[in-house]
Design a protein around this ligand. Sequence first.
Ligand code: ATP
Length: 453
Amino acid sequence: MATPDLVTMDKIVSLSKRRGFIFRSSEIYGGIGSSYDYGHYGVLLKNNVKAEWWRSLLRERDDVVALDSAIIQHPRTWEASGHIAGFTDPLVDCRTCKLRYRADKLEDGQCGEKPSKRPGEGPNCDLTEARNFNLMFQTTVGPVQDEGSTVFLRPETAQGIFLNFKHYLQFARKKPPFGIAQVGKSFRNEITPGNFVFRMREFEQMEMEFFVPPAEADKWYDFWKQARFDWYVKLGIRPDHLRLRPHDADELSHYSSATSDVEYLYPIGWQELEGIANRGDFDLSQHAEYSRQNLEYVDTASGERYLPYVIEPAAGADRATLAFLCDAYDEDEIEGETRTVLRLHPALAPVKAAVLPLVKKDGQPEVAREIVAALRERLQVEYDEGGAIGRRYRRQDEIGTPWSITVDHQSLDDRTVTVRDRDSLQQDRVAIDALPDELERRLRAPWRSPKGS
Ligand code: ATP
């Protein structure tokens, strides 16, 4: 059983807005459905999520290489990949309330007239037959709009990787098993976006295609399922809020022989955070056929040639950021006041340390500035001298800053400061000159959520 949580999506939305993590896009015009902007701390947090993803693949391994492919690709890409024919969701309209729903997710919808009922269950519901709706955004390139100018905004980053597979065989000096990883925006004209950044029409993916000899596909599928699950645990998600769920046969995509989702227990229930699929040689063989290029790998030593199979861990940077925010959100009581605190893994925290002079005089701001200058070479730090110290601590707690460094009158005598821990609230005195090393040591130490599991 998972630990009961006090976090709700409303609390996350409100904290995100209050502290400038994430807010509705185009608010001065009344907002636009399901588009969100990331503010300062949101950018820092999501960048850290992406950086940890890159680190786990590029720095900690030597069999994965990076790519940043274009969003607008040759339109044939989407014929070959099956997206033009098959990247659809079933759509139903209600003739009474004129709302639209995904026919396969009616249980998540609300009747337009009676919100307590599901679509189709209200007394006046009159749903149409389901029809398929293609989720790709279509646009045109060049000044003349004719048939040849239609292009699509990519609905996934994966295809850009397959289009470049041949290049990588030539210049990356890699042979299967090896992976190509990419992070970037994808676009889907979702019928029912919602739940904050969980389902948007414009979102960021973190995908890796791992090319393997066909006989090794099962082994690598198991490997990546576990490795991706462990990545979230290592970054502090409570294991009882995470699970791996294998797809049933009728859920599998047309290209996949096996898929498992890493699911997180969001405030809206268990939902997909990331999918790990065994795509076989579907993509490479489709692109080989449509492009008339040979995309086989040829082993120069043995002469063996084959189309590699592909294991794909496909994660969402926004869904991951949302999961980290939900898992970190906590409230406790300090001196009779409720405190909101984000218990983020220090590696993910937008700001690692806040430097706070106790008072705005007596040489304390100068010492604090000196500390900021020394720390900023290694860590994201913030200087704050405004208002009561307790209030400044709360502000840092709300954005998840793990350590607050306070300069007080003693600091000017003995060049020490206090380091306050966000979670334990313990304050240690540390020599100013030892601070950079001490904070880096703490940052690298293994970390578990104090919310318990
Ligand atoms: P779902 O079933 O929730 O629509 P999916 O199975 O279509 O998701 P994939 O195609 O496997 O999603 O995409 C990989 C990852 O990209 C997902 O696990 C998710 O983290 C992210 N993702 C997909 N669609 C969206 C979206 N509309 N908004 C935000 N993230 C998304």
